[in-house]
Design a protein around this ligand. Structure first.
Ligand code: TYM
Length: 332
């Protein structure tokens, strides 16, 4: 059976993009793959975090993954810091990856902003750790949103470079698996920016724990344009907010964008937003409720993570040991 690995940061609230772009696909792939899902706390500290808030967010993200349909009985769910092999392999990969490769990473440029000298070194080598996450398990498929594609491609480069530096065929080259309809969910306030848990505006995103009133209010306030909905797909060009809302509708209802465009052709945003609210509340409501139940039962979540750490380690340890042997570390 092929093995998939994916990760999610415990920084801020889980939002609709995390669900549609990642968690829902994880749940759908679990039948056909051996699945390993990781709450990446080592990645979270590449930006400053409040320790207590991060501890809580780690549980919350795990709760979101479970509530989103990932079955902890058949998948491994754990937090990264508790499996030391990630950091160990990342160091080896820091000595495989080249500065020039990391200099091309767009996420570093976005996150570091203008003050690059003030950014943590960890933020710069962040994608190297991501490669270690995947390759410590020799995972072959990585289900992510579009924004992570460049990082997965770098993981391929690192795997290939390691193999050729040491003349081995050890690491597989992982493939990004991106769900077309929900690859990039955009902000509700600005159709050119991705929906993100770090956006300062609460109205930019729907959180997985939002109740019916919050969901409806955010959709009502979502930015639109003055025209009715288009008659065809081409009519969405140059209308990023309309395109985003229709994409969200399509993803939530598991339909194609084209069929949603056909249904609402020529209608105003008022009608459309009403239908979208109803759909979002009925799909996300039960997930949010389950997430809240789990967050009120931290022992249950901690037990899942503990079990996950043990199983993850049992896979990663021998693989990373072998990588260390290949590199030439003496085991006295
Ligand atoms: P993170 O925590 O930013 O996001 C988790 C997952 O959610 C997807 N996503 C979105 N998809 C569609 N539209 C959006 N607006 C949207 N926002 C987030 C992301 O693409 C991602 O799949 N570096 C990663 C975490 C990571 C990882 C890994 C992923 C660490 N190690 C190894 C895969 C494999 C990150 O920061 O994701």
């Amino acid at each position: 059976m092929k093995r998939i690995f994916s990760g999610i940061q415990p920084s801020g609230n889980l939002q609709l993009g995390n669900y549609l772009g990642a968690i829902r696909n994880w749940a759908r792939m679990q039948k056909d793959y051996e699945c390993i899902f990781c709450v990446v706390d080592l990645h979270a500290i590449t930006l400053p975090q409040d320790p207590e808030v991060m501890r809580q967010a780690t549980r919350e993200v795990a709760a979101g993954v479970i509530a989103g349909g990932v079955d902890p009985a058949s998948c491994i769910i754990f937090n990264q810091s508790q499996v030391p092999e990630h950091a160990e392999l990342a160091w080896i990969f820091n000595c495989v990856a080249r500065m020039g490769w990391l200099n091309r990473m767009t996420q570093f440029k976005e996150k570091a902003g203008k003050d690059r000298d003030g950014a943590f070194v960890g933020l710069y080598t962040y994608p190297v750790l991501q490669a270690a996450d995947i390759l410590a398990y020799k995972a072959t498929d990585v289900p992510v949103g579009e924004d992570q594609k460049q990082h997965i491609e770098l993981s391929r480069d690192i795997a290939q470079a390691f193999n050729s530096m040491f003349g081995v065929d050890f690491f597989p080259l992982p493939e990004p698996r991106i769900q077309a309809e929900a690859a990039r969910i955009m902000s509700l306030r600005d159709g050119s920016k991705k929906m993100s848990k770090s956006d300062p505006s609460e109205y930019s995103r729907i959180n997985m724990t939002d109740g019916p009133d919050e969901i409806a209010q955010k959709i009502r306030r979502a930015k639109t344009d003055p025209h009715p909905l288009p008659e065809s797909l081409e009519g969405l060009e140059g209308r990023p907010e309309a395109a985003n809302l229709i994409t969200i509708f399509a993803a939530l209802s598991d339909r194609t964008v084209e069929s949603v465009v056909t249904e609402f052709a020529g209608k105003g945003f008022g009608d459309f937003k009403g239908a979208l609210s109803e759909l979002a509340v009925s799909t996300l409501g039960p997930i949010g409720d389950e997430m809240k139940r789990l967050m009120a039962a931290p022992d249950e979540v901690d037990a899942v993570l503990r079990n996950g750490v043990e199983k993850a380690r049992a896979i990663a340890q021998p693989i990373v040991r072998e990588a260390q042997d290949i590199v030439g570390f003496l085991r006295p």
